[in-house]
Design a protein around this ligand. Structure first.
Ligand SMILES: [Zn+2]
Ligand SMILES: [Zn+2]
Ligand SMILES: [Zn+2]
Length: 330
């Protein structure tokens, strides 16, 4: 049973997906559904004995390509619609106990290629208006499987968080003639205090306006709208800067650092988004090694975040753990 229910107070869709209650919850390593199937062992999601990176449809999707009719009747006040869409799982590596941070940069580069392929294919679908690539990492975020993986949702609408960024970007474009992300890049680059890592194609920084203590953005230096715009050099530079950021996160408290990682790129609904600009945002839930940043009354009920740390200081902490990236000779 699943459908989209309209939230009239916020003007946005809420997905109900009740069979997700039954999904696998923190299985022991021998029963990990994302590991390769062992000879003679139980068949996992991935029936291969070995793989590099695999993508498959989520078995407990909140959106599906052939959704059932809504189980409830809608009304003028409460519209409902079928929960059309796609939910894919991207398994980063066959190595159960690895993390993206621990994978070699070459593997992260392959992941960038997989993201690009999936973005290209899903965004071409008629009913898909937005392709959203993300990773939830760590039990602090509610992850139910430890095996390193991310997800891709293809939505039949542009989701509200993205709409907000698009509106702000369009307003800046109309007011100043500049792209908002290009303006932010210039400001962060000139100031320099909040930069964590940088290469020829990307800048990684804790933005001036960070809402979480270790909120970090990775922005393309060239004005590009989505993954398919990148050339070979930029795909390699994206892998390098991600490796540096992830290693610095892990080094910070010497733990495998939890985070949400989200890719923000242009919608695929056929409209013009020349004013928008590719970037990745990380929202780590920790504010110290063992304290979580809670989304409490002000954050959840009013939408105003209170960040009791300084972006300049947090960036300096992370910079101490940034290491050079070594690519294998090929
Ligand atoms: Zn596994
Ligand atoms: Zn731009
Ligand atoms: Zn964004």
């Amino acid at each position: 049973m699943s459908e989209l229910r309209w939230h009239p107070l916020l003007g946005e869709w809420v997905a109900t997906a009740t069979d997700r209650q039954d999904r696998t919850f923190l299985p022991p390593p021998d029963f990990c559904p994302l590991c390769p199937t062992k000879p003679g062992g139980f068949p996992t999601e991935i029936l291969e004995l070995d793989y590099d990176i695999v993508v498959f449809e989520n078995r407990f999707p909140s959106l599906s390509p052939h959704p059932p009719d809504p189980a409830v009747e809608g009304s003028d006040l409460y519209p409902v619609r079928p929960s059309f869409g796609e939910c894919e799982v991207v398994v980063y590596t066959p190595n159960h106990s690895s993390t993206l941070a621990r994978e070699p940069v070459e593997q992260i580069y392959k992941l960038v290629q997989v993201w690009t392929d999936r973005y290209r294919e899903l965004s071409a679908l008629e009913l898909v208006d937005y392709v959203f690539i993300f990773e939830n990492k760590g039990e602090a975020i509610g992850v139910t499987l430890h095996h390193p993986h991310g997800q891709i949702y293809a939505y039949p609408f542009v989701p509200p968080r993205i709409l907000r960024e698009l509106e702000q970007s369009k307003k800046h474009w109309d007011d100043t003639g500049n792209c908002l992300l290009c303006s932010i890049l210039r400001q962060e680059g000139t100031d320099g205090r909040r930069i964590v890592a940088e290469n020829a194609s990307f800048l990684a920084y804790i933005p001036f306006f960070a809402r979480y203590p270790y909120e970090l953005h990775v922005t393309a230096k060239r004005h590009v709208l989505d993954l398919t715009d990148f050339d070979e050099r930029e795909r390699m530079d994206l892998a390098s800067v991600l490796k540096q950021v992830l290693v610095s996160f892990d080094g910070l408290f010497d733990i495998s650092f939890p985070y949400m990682m989200v890719l923000h790129q242009a919608p695929s609904n056929g409209e013009n988004y020349d004013f928008y600009h590719f970037h990745i945002e990380f929202y780590p839930p920790l504010r110290t090694a063992n304290k979580l940043k809670y989304l409490a009354g002000s954050e959840t009920g009013a939408g105003m975040f209170i960040n009791d740390t300084l972006a300049e200081e947090k960036a300096a902490e992370l910079r101490l753990h940034v290491e050079p990236v070594a690519w294998r000779e090929s």
